[in-house]
Design a protein around this ligand. Structure first.
Ligand code: NAG
Ligand code: NAG
Ligand code: NAG
Ligand code: NAG
Ligand code: NAG
Ligand code: NAG
Ligand code: NAG
Ligand code: NAG
Ligand code: NAG
Ligand code: NAG
Length: 556
């Protein structure tokens, strides 16, 4: 991964770095002091690059600061349990990348930027971190290689800061609270004590929401990026299936899994997507994507909504008797439609998916996921070069969880219903292929594609609630989510699981734009345009956040 041929240069370069920092802090146009450093609660990739390029701080400083921030809130204080492991090689990798920046300049906008990845995304064991999807059945296992997206991040000069907690097995296990895993415990939202972070990319989202990392990666099969973005005041991109490689990611289903960014701004999400997207010979779905990979930062156009036709698929999704969407979210969503109009969009309302009612009752998705999961998870265990737990397949996993109830089946987290249902499947047969074909039809030709063509739309828009993700999930289409609002202080606190609450005062919610395959450029542009107009994220700060800043670690 990293060239270490620069070893001899290290003492020289460190001196050079120290000089550069001196120059930077004495530079007449920059004042010395804490106020000149980016606030890590909100810092953007561009702000961090500017400081790194100017020699104001180094990637080593960034790693130290983020480690300290994680330490403050992960197990101590609010105990958000967003992070499972930190990277013991990160400081060394950062030093090498700092040196390279000095000698030959940055490789990309992510050069030297700390990235936290969900614990189902593989990183090579020699670096010192586990890849477990939150399960003790994979603790200490040796993966054959970095995930495809991690290879791209490293090639771009990014530093893997650590592994994020998640709903175990990306919530494909049974009836568990969102954000709980055996290894990581219960992750909670930073906006209200013990609030639901939503999952399954819960830790990635909570970490991004309060600056425990510069940017993070999550994965989505159905809702697992969109919903955490919704609950944690973030921009999230769930890419088209086949845009980002799933190689080296603990699977649910090749037909629905996708890897994407969870970040504080649409700009950061576009930067990350531009780097992780692209073909990977180890995931043949990615070989079918349009070439070349667009530079998604070119979509960051604040007037993009002018002249765009945006549809509102009310039936089922905004149906108060079936959607379960909180009335306050509905009210805020109606305001957002006015904002879209004010930005020059034509809002086509309603613009229903012809398949809406069928999607509401369809069991086709479960058939596809259960069959895929068993086959693919078995292949995952088989691919491991070593696994101390001895688990070799899904059947072993179920037995392992039952054998170690203190680790994997503590009170309130005992359900393995999905694992058991998947284990009962018997592979690809006509029932599976029929369900897959129905999914394509319900989500695509009689769903999203149908609505877009019937109403001549550029995109559809809805509150980013969980069930809204189903049409895009079953056909593999993208969703881009941005902050929409926050529950008011007098909202009735509800229960979201044995130990978590939702809704709750001040907990965020989001807005999702979605459309057909590979429509990311358009979706990003609309999300950016809405974000820039409203700047909702900054209207409320989390209740729990760390206080360590760059100024506290520089020179220490
Ligand atoms: C995995 O976790 C174990 C236990 O926490 C730790 O000792 C080990 O260093 C980690 N990394 C690998 C590659 O096993
Ligand atoms: C990927 O390869 C598998 C066989 O290895 C094949 O069944 C499948 O159709 C291929 N998918 C794509 C999108 O090329
Ligand atoms: C931004 O979007 C508007 C509206 O679609 C378009 O007219 C304009 O050319 C775009 N600007 C850029 C720089 O792409
Ligand atoms: C809302 O859903 C119910 C139950 O599916 C259905 O009967 C009703 O027609 C829907 N209402 C609208 C406005 O679509
Ligand atoms: C799959 O979808 C089709 C079309 O809506 C429907 O007729 C069928 O009942 C669904 N299958 C299951 C198992 O729900
Ligand atoms: C799972 O792997 C174990 C070995 O760990 C083997 O004995 C068992 O037959 C396998 N079960 C299935 C259903 O493949
Ligand atoms: C296909 O396999 C599933 C179990 O995975 C089973 O329920 C279904 O009946 C099978 N279909 C056919 C046509 O055999
Ligand atoms: C909450 O407060 C708002 C005013 O801020 C008021 O309009 C609303 O009725 C209140 N809701 C409840 C449930 O008390
Ligand atoms: C289990 O859930 C109940 C509520 O359903 C809660 O009161 C209790 O504290 C939970 N126990 C543990 C150990 O999490
Ligand atoms: C980085 C960190 O705090 N990791 C912790 C995550 O949670 C597990 C379970 O409590 C701890 O063992 C880790 O140390």
């Amino acid at each position: 991964m990293f060239s270490s041929s620069s070893g001899l240069w290290l003492p020289f370069a460190l001196t050079l770095l120290a000089c550069m920092r001196l120059v930077a802090t004495q530079w007449p146009f920059a004042t010395v002091g804490a106020e000149t450093f980016p606030d890590l609660y909100e810092a953007t990739v561009m702000e961090l690059q500017t400081g790194l390029d100017a020699g104001q701080f180094t990637s080593v400083d960034l790693i130290k600061a983020y480690f300290a921030r994680i330490e403050e809130v992960n197990l101590q204080g609010p105990a958000l349990r967003a992070v499972i492991e930190t990277n013991p090689s990160a400081l060394e990798e950062a030093a090498t990348l700092d040196l390279e920046r000095l000698i030959s300049g940055p490789r990309s906008l992510l050069h030297g930027i700390p990235v936290l990845v969900k614990d189902n995304i593989a990183t090579i064991a020699t670096e010192g971190m586990n890849t477990t999807a939150g399960s003790y059945s994979m603790l200490g296992s040796i993966v054959p290689a970095d995930a495809g997206v991690v290879k791209r991040l490293r090639a771009a000069g990014a530093i893997i800061l650590g592994k994020a907690n998640l709903s175990e097995f990306a919530h494909y296990r049974g009836n568990l609270a969102s954000g709980w895993s055996g290894r990581g415990g219960q992750c909670t939202n930073a906006y209200y004590p013990m609030a639901d972070p939503c999952g399954s990319s819960a830790g990635s989202a909570v970490a991004a929401s309060i600056g425990l990392a510069a940017v993070t990666l999550g994965t989505e099969t159905d809702g697992s990026i969109t919903c955490p973005a919704n609950h944690n005041n973030l921009a999230g991109i769930k890419p088209t299936v086949g845009l980002t490689s799933r190689a080296g990611v603990v699977p649910i289903s090749a037909h629905q899994d996708t890897i994407g960014p969870l970040t504080r701004s649409v700009s950061d999400a576009a930067i990350v997507l531009s780097i992780i997207a692209g073909p990977d010979p180890n995931d043949n779905y990615t070989l079918a994507q349009p070439s070349p990979v667009p530079d998604y930062t070119l979509a960051l156009n604040s007037t993009a909504l002018a002249g765009a036709r945006i549809g509102v698929p009310r039936r089922m999704f905004l149906n108060t008797t079936t959607s379960g969407i909180n009335p306050y979210v509905m009210e805020t969503f109606e305001q957002a439609l006015l904002t879209l109009k004010a930005l020059g969009a034509t809002v086509v309302d309603p613009a229903d998916l012809p398949s809406a009612d069928e999607i509401a009752t369809s069991g086709n998705e479960t058939i596809v996921l259960n069959v895929d999961f068993k086959i693919q998870l078995n292949a995952w265990y088989q691919s491991l070069l070593y696994n101390p737990s001895g688990v070799q397949n899904l059947s072993d996993l179920i037995a392992f969880d039952n054998a170690y109830p203190n680790l994997e089946e503590p009170t309130n987290y005992t359900s393995q219903s999905i694992l058991i249902a998947s284990e009962a499947t018997t592979g690809y047969n006509s029932t599976f292929y029929e369900a897959l074909a129905f999914d394509r039809e319900l989500g695509g030709s009689r769903g999203i594609d149908a609505a877009i063509s019937m109403y001549n739309l550029d995109a559809l828009v809805l509150p980013a609630n969980a069930r809204v993700t189903v049409p895009a999930a079953i056909v593999g289409y993208p969703i881009v989510t941005v902050p929409l609002g926050f529950f008011p202080s007098n909202v009735t606190i509800g229960s979201a699981g044995p130990n978590t609450v939702y809704p709750a005062p001040g907990v965020p919610f989001g807005l999702s734009f979605f459309a057909g395959a590979f429509s990311e450029m358009k979706l990003i542009s609309y999300a950016f345009s809405y974000e820039q107009k409203t700047m909702t994220r900054l209207m409320r700060k989390a209740y729990a956040y760390p206080t360590t800043q760059l100024v506290d670690v520089i020179g220490k």
